[in-house]
Each structure stands twice: as structure tokens, then as C-alpha cells.
Design a protein around this ligand. Sequence first.
Ligand code: PLP
Length: 349
Amino acid sequence: MSGFELDVDAVRWRAGLSAVAAATPGLVPVIKGNGYGFGRDLLAREATALGAGTIAVGTYAEVPGALESFGGDVMVLTPWRPFFSDVVLDDRVIHTLGRVDDIAALAASAPTARITLEGETSMARHGLDRHELAAAVAALGDLTLEGFAIHLPLGSSGGKGGNYTEAENWAAALDTSQVETTTLYVSHLTPSELAALGARRPHLDLRPRIGTSLWLGDLGALSVRATVLDSHLVARGEHIGYRQRPMPRDGTLLVIAGGTSHGIGLEAPKAVSGVVGRGKSLAKGSLEAAGLSLSPFTIAGQQRWFAEPPHMQASMIFLPGRAEAPAVGDTVDVAVRFTTATFDAINLR
Ligand SMILES: *Cc1c(COP(=O)(O)O)cnc(C)c1O
């Protein structure tokens, strides 16, 4: 143990991955950004073990690494743009197109590239309006159409309607259009929505693109631990840190591995605040009044306060009064947002 680390119960985690893959025919694992905390290379190896034929990455910058670490096809979720300088043209790359002008431009510059057409959903992020489908088809030229793609909002609330209705409307639009494909790449449909769509439109080859609920589907298999690097007794009024802030009370100042470079922000992840017990309300009142912020580090069962904003590689945590301080070298629990976390080590055990 040396720093800010992720411990993975590998047997349990992989059992979860296999269960999702088995329950999700056509699965396209999404491997983008920080690799959901695991790093993209590690996930590419897991995708291979799951038998995936295609993975999806976020950007063209992520393509070269993906081609190296994964042997199958690599779909790029960010739509191709003529001004991108890092586009990778390769037989294993599937480009996303969401603007009619771009379809024509790619057809002119890379006539046989493999592509998906993206439809604009209520996300309103990228994609073709359904009235543009005819123009899109006309612009395709010799491009190889691999499928149609839709990206729906998170958490299809709205009861019966929600994402299912929107996906079904797009499936209907696809069926009646001139777009010659029966492959529909979807993002953010629940398993039951996928099943319902598959039953309603059995001729469609549904390809769910899933990241979070695959890689982070079983958080119980993951634990993040931060090492206590140093510990100092402090007195009320004593000035500490970069900002030489006065300490609100007597207590212990802990220096713990994990800072801004690991994705530790001044705000503890919101989802955590409700779950982990916060400091006693009295302590909270006075420490908050003293200008401290709640940290994501949990010590002796309580979420603790930053003595000052996190540093690059470490955080300074204030432990008031007689709260029992962990020893230097001990580890403490820390809640992270996995999509912004970077670990010093990932231990698959
Ligand atoms: C990121 C992304 C996904 C995967 O999202 P998760 O919430 O991590 O499953 C799917 N589709 C698109 C277009 C994305 O950008």
C-alpha cells in the first residue's frame, strides 16, 4: 500500500461483467476517458475476455491506444468533424456521423470508411434530425454503413414512456426511412427497455453501448483506500497549509494520499453525502462556519473536513478534538467519482 489505490475483488468484479455481458446480447463495451477509473487498457483486456467484437471510445485521441490494446472494431462516439486533426482512418475504426455536410465531406475524403449515422434524441447533443435522413442517405456515397445510433438521456424516468418511447420512435423512423441498416446502436436503455424494443422490432440487431453499468455495475467489488502519509497535532488558532488558515479547534491534522491529480475535488461527490454519515451536526456547524469543506475521506465512521483545499498529490484533513486518529501508514476509506478518479495503483486481487 503506498498511495491512493483501487482494490478490485477481481473474481467478484469479473463475475459481474460476465453477468452483464450474458444478459446483453450485442453488447458494445464503452471504454473512454479515464477508463471509468480502471484505465482504458485494462478495460480493453477485459472486453476481449468478455468476447466483445466492438468497443466504443470517446474521442479520436483514444483510438490509437484502443487499436493497440483491442483486436476488434473501435467505434468513436464523438462524431467525426472535418476540422479534427487527429482522425484515425483504419479498417477497424467505425466513425460516427451526425451532420449531413460531414457525411459528404467524409465520403469525399475517405470514400470507403465505416460509419454509423447518429440520430438526434432529446439529449440534443449530436445527431441528425429525422427530417434529414433522406439527405443523409443521399450523401453517403460509398461509405460503409454499419448501423444507426441513438444516445438517450440518463435514467429513463417518466414511467412507461421515457427512453423506451423515444427509442421506439427512432426505430420506427429508421424502418420507414431509406437508411439501409437494421443495426441500431443504443445508449442508456435499461435491460427491460432493450427487451421490449427487441420484442417489438425483432428484425433489428440491437447493439447496446454500455460503460457505467458494466464497469461500475458492482461497486461492492471495488474499494478505494488512501494512505495516511503524515499526522500533526494542531492547536486552535494555529495556522497551517498553503493558505495559512487558522485551525478552528485543537485536533489532528492528517496528510492523506489523494489530491487534485487523483480527481479529489473540493466538493465531496454528492451521491456520497447521503450515504456516508456526516460529522455530528454541532461539529458540522462550527467547521462549516470556519470555512472548511467536507472531504470525501471517512475516518472513524465519519466523513471528515478538509483543513484546506486539496493539494496536487495529497489532502490535509482536520480531525477535531479527541477523535481517534489513524496511524501514519494506515489507510482510510475515500469516496470517489470513478469517472474522474485516477489511482496510483489498481490492485486486482
Ligand atoms: C459515454 C457514452 C455511453 C456510455 O455511457 P455510460 O453512462 O457510461 O454507460 C454511451 N453512448 C454514448 C454516445 C456515450 O457518449
